[in-house]
Structures are given as structure tokens and as C-alpha cells.
Design a protein around this ligand. Structure first.
Ligand SMILES: Nc1nc2c(ncn2[C@@H]2O[C@H](COP(=O)(O)OP(=O)(O)OP(=O)(O)O)[C@@H](O)[C@H]2O)c(=O)[nH]1
Length: 497
């Protein structure tokens, strides 16, 4: 027993000084690593929110976006967390009862109140952007358009968010912000990668936006938008065609077929067996066609279908004007368009329609796509109705027209060929956020995309901690080695002194 105690006392590791130094060394190293970890630990995840209402011609949709509070001005971290489709038509349809436009938003706004944490309500920006429906109403009846905005304004101020106003977006803004959204979500802007073009097909207007290396904005400057994002300059070509959204384009083809004021038409863009009585006054109640209203026409016409893709395509082509172009090259209606370049994301109605028709796969040769569509158009209406009993009647009746319009717009209008058609990707969303102008609009208004690339720490968090840990361990080993003179003698036998 006493020999054991003696051994302990003679062992230098058991000297009090050595023990104290070792403990202090270990504590110091643990403290160093802990400070390094805590100093760089992301702050507890607090989120900020933004709400955008897309007041389109056919309907209004509400989007809630969320991003980590400490990354406001940084990277592609803004995500859509919720969307709500407002019941009823777009706000422009409430011209004769503006109050109802405001009321129609209540349900989705109440959803937003529940979705956004209460303590963030007052700092959450709320925007309403109206697109082509309100552009048309503004042309047709600006006082009615003002009244709709007034009603919407009053309704939105009732909610506890930081309401930033309701306004009509220009076609150029709609195109450019759609392009920003697509490229932001794909993380192309921050990384300075080649960008994707954006094709947006709405109900009343359609937008095409892309960067082309042979376009510097000097030819047709009204189609040019310049951005400096994350330290990169972009010279974007964009154009919005008012009246070339799919609902207004359909009106134009119907106006084309009812020029003489007939009592019935046999429309190749609708299925054989389709027959509905429609009102002339409703058809011509839009600035896109109002000037073509036949002088003498009955109050209604019978709209019957005959389901012929090729004839439908001829009628659709007639709503594009290819006769004049004062620039080096044009798309249609005398609008300049540079050479198509790069991949394109096609969203909104491009996606709804092509997805229904099972034609989103653009690696299928264009000729084959046309054949499939021709076959679909030739299917009798009774069979179509039986095949898709749960699809909304209006959508179902129009898919043959819509598919034909999309292919004609892309190929005849924008000059996509069999070779460039596979560059198009029909998309609904990217990484869980819907493709559309709303996200780009909010990012712009909240200055969330910096003009210059943000300074990033020289090392990522994990790398920093690893280096500090390795250095600490090395220091500890050095410290142990420096204690060598005090090390016990190596001997298998216990040393008895
Ligand atoms: N098939 C189908 N069509 C849809 C759906 N949602 C909207 N649409 C139609 O697709 C077209 C485009 O819709 P949106 O992208 O919402 O267009 P919008 O914002 O109302 O129109 P703009 O004001 O021109 O931008 C319209 O004709 C809508 O009626 C859907 O879920 N399925």
C-alpha cells in the first residue's frame, strides 16, 4: 500500500503543477474551439416575409415568400412558402362593381394573416401588381380602372401588413421580373452563369425575355432592360405583346371568324361535336377586338367545332402580322427580336396547356408534337368529355386551340425551329417556387439582389471550425511533447525507489 503511494508521488504526471497545467491546457483548447464554433454559428433561424398579389387578367393569386432574417441582402435564399388562388375572376372583371374586387381578396389575405407569424405582420411588405387585364381596362375605361384600384387599396389597408401599394406593371416590367425570377431560383445570377430566357403566356398578354450576345440595346432601345446583379451586367431583351395572351388571342381568332356577323361558325380549333351559343357583345367587349365588331350582327352566334389542327393553325397565323419590319429582324407585328439564344423556361399557360396535352417533353421532335396535337384536336368532343370528366369545362373545350396557339406563337411568332425547340423547358415551378414575375418584383423592390457580389468570408463556417480544431489539437500535442522531461520512464516493471 505504502509502495503504491510512493509510486504515485514519484510519477511526474501526478505532480500537482503538471496536473494543473494539463487541465488549464485542455480547458483553454476547449474554450478556443467553443468560441470559434459559437462566433460563426448562424443566428437562430428567424425569418422575414413578403407578400405579392398577382392580379392577372383571368384571376388573382397571392404568394408568400420567406427568407432567413440575417440573409436579407445575400444569396438565393428567398422561397415561396404558400400560394392562394383568389376565387372568382381577375380584378379587371369587377369594373362595374369595384367594391367586389376588394372583397374578393379577403379570403386569401386572411390565409396570409395566419401563415405569417404575428410578430412579423407589421414589417411584412405587401404588394399588388396588376397585369394585362388592368392594362386593357385602363385603355378601355380609365376611371373604372381607378375605382377598382381604390377598392383594392382600401381592402388591403385593412390587413396588418406593410402595404406598399397596388399598381399596374408595364409589360416590360412583367417580362423582366419573370426573367429575374427564373434565373434567381436557378441560382444563375449569383454564380454569373449563362442565363435562361423566360417565356410567359398569360390570359391577356405574353412576354419573351432573354439575353442575346448580338443585342446591346442600340437597335430598338424600348426592348432593352439593363441590370447589374451580383457584380454582373445583363443587357436583357424583353417584349410584352398585349392581346396575345391565350384568352385574348382566342377572341382575336373568333373575331376573325365572325367578321361578317354570322349566326354560326364552324371553328377548326374546337372539337367536332362542340356547340355553344355565345354573345357577340361579350366577344367584342375588349380593346383587342372591339374595332373589328361587325356592323350588323345578331346578338348571339352558335360556336361549333370541327377539330382540324392544320386549319386552326391557319386561323391562328392570321392574328399575327408578318408584313412589315423596320429592324434587322422581327418576331411579328413589326416588333424587333434579336437572334434567339440559350435555354428558355416557358411557364404560366405554356405549362398548363402543354402539361395537360402531355407535350412538355421537348426532346420529342417538333413534327411529332404537331402530329400528336392534330390527333388530339381531331378527337370528338363527346369522347374528350368522357375521357376528362373532372377537368374544368372551359379549359377542356379550349386545349386544342391553346396548344395550336402555343406552337404557332413559338414557331411562327418567335421563330423557334425544330433545332431550337428542344431548348425550351415547360416549367411550373423551380425548387418549390412558382415561375412568374412576382418573386423578381419583390426582390427588386426590397433591394434583395445586390448590384455587387457580396463579400463572402474567406472560409466557410465548417472549414473555419475544422482549422481551429486542428490547430488546437496540434498545440495540445506540442504542449504534451514539451512536457517530455517530466514524462515517466518507460519500463514494464513498476519502478520501486
Ligand atoms: N388549364 C389551365 N389553365 C389555367 C390554369 N390556371 C390558369 N389558367 C389559364 O391560363 C392562362 C394564363 O393564366 P395566368 O398565367 O394566371 O394569366 P393571368 O395572370 O391571368 O393573365 P395576364 O394578366 O395576361 O398575365 C389563363 O387563360 C388562365 O385562364 C390551370 O390551372 N389550368
Amino acid at each position: 500500500m505504502s509502495t503504491q503511494r510512493e509510486m504515485k508521488e514519484k510519477n511526474p504526471w501526478h505532480r500537482p503543477v503538471t496536473i494543473i497545467i494539463t487541465v488549464i491546457g485542455v480547458i483553454a483548447i476547449v474554450a478556443l474551439v467553443t468560441v470559434a464554433v459559437l462566433q460563426n454559428w448562424p443566428l437562430s433561424q428567424k425569418y422575414k416575409y413578403g407578400i405579392v398579389l398577382d392580379a392577372g387578367s383571368s384571376h388573382t393569386a397571392l404568394y408568400i415568400y420567406e427568407w432567413p432574417a440575417e440573409k436579407d441582402n445575400n444569396t438565393g435564399r428567398v422561397e415561396q412558402t404558400h400560394s392562394c388562388t383568389v376565387k372568382g375572376p381577375g380584378i379587371s372583371s369587377y369594373a362595374s362593381a369595384p367594391q367586389k374586387a376588394g372583397e374578393s381578396l379577403t379570403e386569401c389575405m386572411q390565409e396570409a394573416v395566419h401563415r405569417v407569424p404575428k410578430k412579423r405582420h407589421h414589417e411584412t411588405p405587401l404588394y399588388l401588381g396588376a397585369t394585362a387585364g388592368m392594362r386593357l381596362l385602363n385603355v378601355q375605361n380609365s376611371s373604372a380602372s381607378n375605382k377598382v384600384f381604390q377598392a383594392v387599396d382600401e381592402a388591403l389597408r385593412e390587413f396588418p401588413f406593410a402595404f406598399q401599394g397596388a399598381r399596374i406593371l408595364s409589360g416590360q416590367e412583367e417580362g423582366a421580373f419573370g426573367w429575374v425570377t427564373v434565373n434567381y431560383l436557378d441560382d444563375r445570377l449569383r454564380q454569373g452563369l449563362e442565363t435562361n430566357g423566360a417565356l410567359d403566356l398569360g390570359g391577356a398578354s405574353t412576354q419573351i425575355s432573354f439575353v442575346s450576345s448580338n443585342y446591346d440595346g442600340s437597335e430598338s432601345p424600348s426592348n432593352s432592360v439593363n441590370f447589374r446583379l451580383y457584380g454582373n451586367d445583363y443587357n436583357l431583351y424583353t417584349h410584352s405583346f398585349l392581346c396575345y395572351g391565350k384568352d385574348q388571342a382566342l377572341r382575336m381568332t373568333l373575331a376573325q371568324q365572325t367578321r361578317s356577323g354570322p349566326t354560326s361558325i364552324l371553328d377548326p380549333c374546337f372539337h367536332d361535336g362542340y356547340s355553344e351559343t355565345k354573345e357577340y357583345s361579350k366577344l367584342y367587349d375588349s380593346p383587342c377586338v372591339s374595332d373589328r365588331k361587325p356592323q350588323e350582327a345578331p346578338s348571339t352566334y352558335i360556336h361549333t367545332g370541327k377539330g382540324n389542327f392544320h386549319q386552326c393553325q391557319e386561323i391562328v397565323k392570321s392574328v399575327f402580322n408578318f408584313t412589315h419590319c423596320q429592324y434587322s429582324q422581327c418576331s411579328f407585328n413589326g416588333i424587333f427580336q434579336p437572334h434567339l439564344q440559350g435555354p428558355f423556361g416557358a411557364f404560366s399557360a405554356y405549362y398548363f396547356v402543354m402539361n395537360f396535352l402531355k407535350l412538355t417533353n421537348t426532346s420529342i421532335p417538333l413534327e411529332q408534337v404537331k402530329e400528336k396535337l392534330a390527333h388530339y384536336c381531331a378527337t370528338p368532343w363527346t369522347q374528350i368529355q368522357k375521357q376528362y370528366p373532372n377537368v374544368k369545362h372551359k379549359y377542356l373545350a379550349e386545349y386544342c386551340f391553346s396548344g395550336t396557339y402555343i406552337l404557332t406563337l413559338l414557331t411562327e411568332g418567335y421563330n423557334f425551329t425544330s433545332e431550337s425547340y428542344p431548348n425550351i423547358k415547360f416549367i411550373k415551378e423551380i425548387k418549390g417556387s412558382d415561375a412568374g414575375w412576382t418573386l423578381g418584383y419583390m426582390l427588386n423592390l426590397t433591394n434583395m439582389i445586390p448590384a455587387e457580389a457580396p463579400d463572402s468570408p474567406p472560409l466557410p463556417h465548417a472549414g473555419y471550425i475544422s482549422i481551429v480544431t486542428v490547430i488546437a489539437v496540434l498545440l495540445f500535442v506540442l504542449f504534451i511533447l514539451s512536457m517530455r522531461p517530466f514524462w515517466p520512464q518507460c519500463s514494464k516493471e513498476p519502478q520501486i525507489i
